[in-house]
Write a protein of this length. Structure first.
Length: 73
């Protein structure tokens, strides 16, 4: 995978985390809120797997944590 593809995966992960953050502070309640967050987290998992296949599991996990902290604070 080229660096640009890794950059794209990172951007997708950031976008999912931003959507989760908005969902946590949004007006949706109950099951619908949970379903949206669950969907976004499953997407992050899928992107992490794609990233791990290119850079290794340890680097992918580190990237996930770094991006989570960057977005969620």
């Amino acid at each position: 995978m080229h660096q640009s593809e890794i950059t794209i995966l990172r951007q997708h992960i950031i976008e999912e985390y931003e959507a989760i953050k908005q969902g946590l502070s949004g007006l949706a309640w109950g099951t619908s809120k949970h379903d949206i967050i669950d969907l976004r987290m499953r997407r992050v998992d899928r992107y992490q797997q794609q990233l791990a296949s290119q850079v290794g599991e340890q680097e992918a996990t580190s990237t996930i944590y770094d991006l989570y902290n960057q977005v969620m604070g």
